[in-house]
Structure formats: structure tokens, C-alpha cells
Write a protein that binds this ligand. Structure first.
Ligand code: HEC
Length: 460
């Protein structure tokens, strides 16, 4: 859908009867002046309107030509800074193939900015695409992916948040109701609609169940400089504004046992009016009964705080932690978590042969957007045993940080949004040596095949 627009535009350029004639020495932009109806509306529809419509989460609607024109200066500012759509991974370094990429392509950005910089013509109304249809924002977002609602829904208990109060933490424990052993294919967390997403800063769901301790628990899986990695089998799912959920690749998933319970940790912040009976729900899509995936995925919290977070007033602070993997592993995603002074976070690998690779970096972290960057199957990092993962975090406590509530304060680690944190949520699937070798061989074969296809295409 995204490419379509570019193709359309390129076509339009050449449709201007005499491509060659106007191209030289035509005044720049005379013929390929983008119009709203033909060029811009499809971009806004595909990339913005899902949130920028009445009743959704964004502050203003961008459903009409007039609205887009009215907000032009702010749109220009946000899209060129790559703050909107919310996709803040650094595009100049690291892995760029994701399952849930929602950034504008370079071509889309160029078209949109060219139009914003012009006198913003509507163009020919006949070019206007039909109105886009959107899924109900209060519905389960993965329902369209799996063609069915979740197999299991586990709500937290209801909570009433006062209009004005300090941040609150709510930690009810509820039964999952599961009566047999099942493996999880996907998890979505959904705060109650419509106020939930406005007051829930983040929610953690811990899975409590009786199981034999296995060797790949948080304490033993990686040898770390800080020994503050958290997680493993028990940590089920984390949610923060901007995140939908997690889908595990075929052959991997999370295990749930009969009699299991969810311990919630919901962090609320007040919005100036009372919100009654708010709750958070887990939607769980299961593998078929009896199916056992080859591998178990574990959500890990990798700290990047070093010995301690020590962020002086008016300064930028950098901290780092390292983790050496005891088993081969595939990393399914990267999701940095910091608060209002969070500036950037990176995840790098130092391989046992000494090679270093920057896997992912969010350079323009936005504390109100906890985007989960889910690697495409062919791009998810495959790490041999002995790889050291390096997590580096930057906090900006200067007045230049527009989200900084007070640059004269010293800041340390803490739960409140005005305190700081620095960790990444990463789903780790540990592999046996054989599985690792097979996965590497399979990926190499596929890459070779793709290159061959490309060459064939070029020779044609
Ligand atoms: C996933 C939902 C989502 C998508 C997609 C999205 N936005 Fe937003 N947008 C928001 C939310 C929520 C806010 C308010 C919070 C913030 O600024 O981060 C916002 C804020 C903005 C603002 C700033 C408004 C102000 O108060 O100044 C602009 C401008 C904007 N978006 C434009 C766009 C454009 C243009 C697109 C598409 C190219 C887009 N957004 C895509 C959710 C979204």
C-alpha cells in the first residue's frame, strides 16, 4: 500500500504529456507539484488517520483536507523530526526490517513535505481516494491478524483513579482460569476504552505458576556486569503507551500451566479528572491444544543503568551494562524503556570472534511512546553462545530536552515518571547449538537465493 503511492506519483510525473520537454530546463516542481487529493490524502489515510480521528488516541483529527492544512506547520515539524508516525528507531544504523514498521518511507515523507512547503493545493477532487476503513480502536488489534478474538482474556481488577494524585501502582493477582497446559502464540494488553490508554503509564503482567525450575532462568541465562537482568519464564508481558503486543514466531511461544495466575503491576498517572473502574486486560492467542513449540520464548528486562543512575542537573548522562549469553539465542524485538529524560538507547552485540555489531538504536526516544520494534523473521539477530550484549542508555537532563520537567533537579532511579529508569524489554528465544547452526544455514541460503533473484532481475 505504501509503495503504491510512490508509483502513482512517479506515474503522474511522466503523464505530464511531455516528460522530456518539461524536465529540461523546466522550473523545478512545476509539473510534479503534489496535490492533496492525488498524493497526500493516501499518505495521511495510510499512516495517520488510524490515530488522528475522532475518538482515537491523538489530540486532533486529520480526516479532511481542511484539517491537514490547518495543522500544516505542526505536521511538518513532527514528520521531518521523525516523531510522527511514532517510530523512533534510528534509520541510519542497525537492523531495519521489522514486522510492525509504521514509519513513512523516504518517498512518502518527501511528497508530504513538498506539498506542505507549497501552497497546499487540493488538486482534482476526482483523484481523492475513497475514505479509508479502520478497525474499531477499542477492539483487539490482533483480531485481524488471527481472524478470531483472543482464546483467553484475563482482566485485572477495576481501579478508580482520582483526578489529581501522585502516580499510583496497582498490583492485583487474578486467576487465568486455564485448566490444561497451553502454549501461547500471541499476547495483547488492552487498557479499558477510552480512558485506559490515557492513565496507564505501563502495565506488567507476571505469570505465576508451579513449575520445575529450569536452567534458563534469569539468574543463570546471562553473565552480567550488573546482575540486574530480570525476567525469564515468569515475566509474561509488558505494556506501555504505544505498544500493542507480541507475536511469537512459529515454533516458539510461552508456556502457561493449569491453575496459573497473573500478578498485575499497573502504573497509573492522573489526568485531571477522575477515571472510574479502569482495568487492563490480557488477550491471549493460543497454539492448538496439544501443540508444543520447539522453543520457549522468555521476556527479559536488560538494564542499562550501570552501577547506578546518577543524572546531574543540566547534564547528559550515559550508562551501560553488558550480558554474556550462555546459550545461542534469537532476539525477537527491542523495546527501550526510560522516562521523561530518556534520550537514546542502543543494543549492540560483541560476537565471540570479536566482531561488533550495533543491532538497534533509538536515538530520539519519546517517553510517551514505548514502541516495541519487532524484528522481521529474516532479520531477528541470531547470536552464538558467548555473545556479549551491550545496552547503552543516554539521559538528557538539560533544558534542551522539551520533555524535561525540571533541569535543575538531580535525578536517580525510581518508579515515578519524574524519576528515571533505563532498560530494554527483549524477548529471547534460547536455541540449542544444532538449532542455531540450522537457523544460520537457513538464513544464509535464503539470502543467497534473494541475491540470485535480484541478479536475474537485473540481467533481464
Ligand atoms: C499510533 C497513533 C498515531 C499515528 C499513527 C500518528 N499519530 Fe500523530 N499523534 C498521536 C498522539 C497520541 C499524539 C499526541 C502525543 C504526542 O504528541 O506524542 C500525536 C501528536 C501529533 C502531532 C502534534 C499535535 C500537537 O499537539 O501539536 C502532530 C502534528 C501529529 N501527531 C501528526 C501526525 C501525522 C502527520 C501522522 C501521520 C504521518 C501521525 N501523526 C501519525 C498518535 C498518532
Amino acid at each position: 500500500m505504501r509503495r503504491e503511492n510512490t508509483v502513482r506519483r512517479a506515474g503522474a510525473v511522466c503523464l505530464a504529456i511531455t516528460c522530456a520537454l518539461v524536465a529540461w530546463p523546466a522550473p523545478a516542481g512545476a509539473q510534479d507539484q503534489p496535490t492533496y487529493a492525488r498524493d497526500v490524502a493516501p499518505i495521511i489515510q495510510a499512516n495517520c488517520q488510524v490515530c488522528h480521528q475522532a475518538g482515537s488516541i491523538a489530540p486532533m483529527s486529520l480526516m479532511t483536507y481542511e484539517a491537514v492544512k490547518r495543522y500544516a506547520p505542526r505536521i511538518r515539524e513532527k514528520v521531518t523530526a521523525r516523531l510522527m508516525p511514532p517510530w523512533h528507531i534510528d534509520r541510519s544504523v542497525g537492523i531495519q526490517e521489522f514486522k510492525n514498521d509504521q514509519a513513512l518511507t523516504e518517498e512518502e515523507l518527501e511528497t508530504l513535505v513538498a506539498w506542505l512547503d507549497s501552497d497546499m493545493p487540493l488538486g482534482d477532487e476526482a483523484d481523492m481516494p475513497p475514505p479509508a476503513e479502520f478497525p474499531d480502536p477499542s477492539a483487539w488489534q490482533f483480531e485481524s491478524t488471527f481472524g478470531r478474538p483472543p482464546d483467553l482474556v484475563v482482566p485485572s481488577e477495576p481501579y478508580t483513579l482520582a483526578a489529581k494524585t501522585q502516580d499510583k501502582w496497582f498490583t492485583p493477582t487474578v486467576p487465568t482460569g486455564l485448566t490444561g497446559e497451553r502454549w501461547v502464540k500471541a499476547i495483547e494488553i488492552r487498557p479499558s476504552w477510552p480512558d485506559g490508554p490515557k492513565i496507564v503509564h505501563h502495565a506488567l503482567a507476571f505469570l505465576i505458576q508451579q513449575e520445575d525450575p529450569d536452567e534458563m532462568t534469569a539468574e543463570t541465562a546471562e553473565l552480567s556486569t550488573s546482575s540486574r537482568a530480570m525476567g525469564g519464564a515468569g515475566l509474561f508481558m509488558e505494556w506501555a503507551v504505544g505498544k500493542v503486543g507480541e507475536i511469537f514466531p512459529d515454533g516458539a511461544g510461552k508456556l502457561m500451566l493449569p491453575g496459573s495466575r497473573i500478578r498485575w503491576e499497573v502504573h497509573y498517572h492522573a489526568i485531571g479528572r477522575e477515571v472510574r473502574d479502569s482495568y487492563v486486560e490480557l488477550g491471549i492467542w493460543l497454539y492448538p491444544e496439544g501443540y508444543v513449540p520447539e522453543n520457549r520464548t522468555r521476556l527479559r528486562m536488560f538494564n542499562a543503568t550501570g552501577d547506578a543512575l546518577d543524572i546531574p542537573p543540566g547534564k547528559i548522562a550515559v550508562t551501560q551494562d553488558t550480558y554474556t549469553m550462555r546459550w545461542p539465542a534469537r532476539l525477537e524485538n527491542f523495546q527501550p524503556h526510560m522516562h521523561m529524560r530518556g534520550k537514546a538507547m542502543s543494543m549492540s552485540a560483541i560476537y565471540p570472534d570479536g566482531r561488533k555489531e550495533l543491532l538497534s538504536q533509538v536515538t530520539n526516544f519519546q517517553w510517551n511512546w514505548h514502541v516495541n520494534y519487532i524484528y522481521a523473521d529474516d532479520a531477528a539477530p541470531l547470536l552464538p553462545a558467548g555473545t556479549t550484549l551491550v545496552f547503552t542508555a543516554w539521559h538528557d537532563n538539560t533544558p534542551e530536552n522539551p520533555n524535561n520537567p525540571d533541569h535543575t533537579q538531580w535525578v536517580g532511579w525510581g518508579d515515578r515518571t519524574v524519576d528515571e529508569m533505563a532498560h530494554a524489554w527483549v524477548d529471547v528465544t534460547y536455541l540449542t547449538d544444532e538449532q542455531y547452526a540450522a537457523a544460520v544455514a537457513e538464513r544464509e541460503a535464503r539470502t543467497a537465493e534473494q541475491n540470485e533473484n535480484k541478479e536475474e532481475g537485473n540481467n533481464r
